[in-house]
Structure formats: structure tokens, C-alpha cells
Design a binder for this molecule. Structure first.
Ligand code: ZN
Length: 171
């Protein structure tokens, strides 16, 4: 397994649209293992392949308290969303140390393939529903800060660019 570098907003590669996985084979399983390792190391509760510059529809999530319940979603699709919405304070490994409120449907049903390529459906609410919608957005090339005002977004861009420069100078 290997840790993968995570792209940081406003990197244009975060806006690429991921392609569906044609076959869940060893190559995909290795990507999943590396993504899981990267997510746990960060630590984060979710990671989309887009964030590690792999433009295929793969998401890993673990919202458990002990970070020992890995969930894998290949070619995930939201097949139902509740009309009720809820606002959560979201964060993202691609926008480190920034959190803001985003309103999304409070419950969703998702269809996806598991790590063996078997189709499953899942009903999600609470943090899992938020996390799934956030990660599925990444696969469409959308970062959560794009729900915020233009002013906030430009501030975040500046902050992230500054942060990247500081990290660069520490090397
Ligand atoms: Zn994110």
C-alpha cells in the first residue's frame, strides 16, 4: 500500500469529471487500498479518487468513531434524495483547515458496486449522507467550497495558495 498525494483547492485537476469503472479488478482494489490508507493517515472521514488525481468513480468513507468500518463505493449514484434538507459544517482534505456550512438533502439512497464488483444499495442519513454527497460531488469535479459565495471562495483560494507556498518553503 502507498500514501497518495492529495490535490489541494484550487488545483484545476479537482474539476475533472471521473469516468465510471469498467471492471472492479486488482488494479481498482489496489487504488481502493491506497485511498483508504491515505484517508486514515490524513485523518479524514472520506476520500474521492479525484482528490488523489485518479479520475475514476471510486470513493472510500469511514464515519465510525474508531475508524475501523471502511466503506467502498465504486460507480456510486444517488438514486433518491429526501426533500428535507439539513445544514452541516463540512471540511475537506483538499481544503485543509477550512470548514463551512453547506445545506444538502438530509437523507439519500445510493447505489454502487462494492470492492468485489457486486451491486448494493444503501440508505444514509446524518454524517454518512453528508459525506457521501460531498464525495460524489468530487467525482463530478465539484469541491464543497463551490457552494459558498464568490467572496468566500476567493478567500479560500488565497489561503490555500499561501499555505502551499509555506509548505513548499519548509521543504
Ligand atoms: Zn472533499
Amino acid at each position: 500500500m502507498a500514501l497518495l498525494p492529495v490535490l489541494c483547492y484550487p488545483d484545476p485537476r479537482l474539476h475533472k469529471v471521473a469516468k465510471p469503472v469498467a471492471q472492479v479488478d486488482e488494479r481498482i482494489q489496489k487504488i481502493v487500498a491506497d485511498m483508504a490508507e491515505t484517508m486514515y493517515e490524513a485523518p479524514g472521514v472520506g476520500l474521492a479518487a479525484t482528490q488523489v488525481d485518479i479520475h475514476e468513480c471510486i470513493v472510500v468513507i469511514d464515519v465510525s468513531d474508531d475508524q475501523n468500518e471502511l466503506m467502498v463505493f465504486i460507480n456510486p449514484e444517488i438514486i433518491w434524495a429526501s426533500p428535507e434538507k439539513k445544514s452541516w459544517r463540512e471540511g475537506c482534505l483538499s481544503a485543509p483547515d477550512y470548514y463551512d456550512e453547506v445545506e444538502r438533502p438530509s437523507e439519500i439512497r445510493v447505489k454502487a458496486l462494492d470492492i468485489k464488483g457486486k451491486e448494493f444499495e444503501l440508505d444514509a442519513d446524518g454524517l454518512l449522507a453528508v459525506c457521501l454527497q460531498h464525495e460524489l460531488d468530487h467525482l463530478q469535479g465539484k469541491v464543497f467550497v463551490e457552494y459558498l459565495s464568490i467572496l468566500k471562495r476567493s478567500r479560500i483560494s488565497q489561503k490555500m495558495k499561501k499555505r502551499a507556498k509555506e509548505l513548499e518553503s519548509q521543504r
